[in-house]
Write a protein that binds this ligand. Structure first.
Ligand code: UDP
Ligand code: MG
Length: 304
């Protein structure tokens, strides 16, 4: 019998944990052709999330728990869940039921048709702020312009991945994984399915602006080296502009006003800072790889 694993990362999700389990269990228990397991990954929550999922795991041996020693981030939590999965097909979903578990049978049907990655594409996003919608749109546009790998728009991590694809991605040595990009990068047979993303059933988003920026910079800097080239082009443009200023100054014998000097000075300082920041982003990633620290530390495991 084939097995389906459902990986659910959790960070301060005490208000949704039980409902999430009940809904996912209802769907997976009724899958006639498949056995199932549910892997909850507690990403360092210090509320009641861990004790709730521990109790669930005591009652149902098909529920497995991984608990991190601290918050290592959503992508690390999903990676740990993927590594622990024994299923032939693995479903990644959020704990807050924004990604409807009722769609699991439909995803499995596509998998049986031969697709290796079946990713959710959001046609509607309820309960998201205008800021989040606009920044997400801008991010995917920039990412696709910069990256050599096509990363589908309006997608998140809600998807089904074949065990083979999960193994490839989990065995990549890189840290700061941007999973949706890496799945796309593997190039296996992929297919989207459209769904309406609902509001969270309870609680607030756990993706702070800082975490969103971290995810976005992982996406951009791990999938493109074009920013390094772009700052070079900008540098050349500004050298040309400064030569034009110099020639104009000599030919017209124009005495430059102090404010123009200041304006140009601050502009150049800004460009140098942006250039340094861009280089710094790459260096910090190289540094992370060289240090070779683990992506996460597991503190506790249940039923695994
Ligand atoms: N999450 C996590 N670690 C984090 C932040 C979030 O494991 O540091 C989990 C969170 O519990 C949820 C999923 O990742 O299951 C997506 O987070 P959230 O729903 O808050 O993000 P949003 O849907 O608002 O983008
Ligand atoms: Mg959510």
């Amino acid at each position: 019998m084939k097995k389906v694993s459902v990986v659910i990362p959790m960070y301060f999700e005490e208000s949704v944990a039980n409902e999430c389990y009940n809904k996912v269990k209802n769907v997976t228990e009724n899958l006639e052709k498949y056995d199932y397991e549910i892997i909850f990954v507690n990403d360092g929550s210090t509320d009641k999330t861990l004790s709730i999922i521990e109790n669930i795991a005591k009652e149902n041996k098909k529920v497995k728990v991984i608990s991190f020693s601290r918050n290592f981030g959503h992508q690390a939590a999903v990676t740990a869940g993927l590594r622990a999965s024994e299923g032939d097909a693995i479903i990644i979903m959020d704990a807050d039921l924004q990604d409807p578990p009722e769609l699991i049978p439909k995803m499995l049907k596509k998998w049986e048709e031969g697709y290796d990655v079946i990713y959710g594409k959001r046609t509607k996003r309820d309960g998201e702020t205008v800021f989040k919608l606009l920044t997400a749109k801008a991010f995917y546009n920039i990412l696709n312009k910069l990256s050599d790998v096509e990363i589908p728009k309006d997608t998140g991590d809600f998807r089904l991945v074949d065990k083979n694809v999960a193994d490839v991605v989990c065995n990549l040595p890189e840290h700061n994984k941007f999973l949706r990009g890496l799945f796309s990068w593997t190039g296996y047979n992929q297919c989207p399915f459209e769904y309406e993303r609902k509001e969270r059933v309870a609680g607030k988003t756990k993706y702070s602006l800082k975490k969103m920026l971290k995810l976005a910079s992982d996406g951009i800097f791990s999938f493109s080296s074009k920013p390094l080239k772009i700052i070079g082009y900008i540098g050349i443009c500004f050298i040309i502009i400064s030569i034009i200023f110099l020639i104009c100054g000599i030919v017209i014998k124009d005495k430059t006003e102090l404010n123009i000097i200041l304006c140009i000075f601050s502009l150049f300082t800004g460009i140098i800072q942006i250039s340094l920041w861009t280089i710094g982003e790459y260096i910090s990633r190289i540094y992370d790889e060289v240090k070779g620290r683990p992506e996460y530390i597991i503190n506790k495991k249940i039923n695994l």
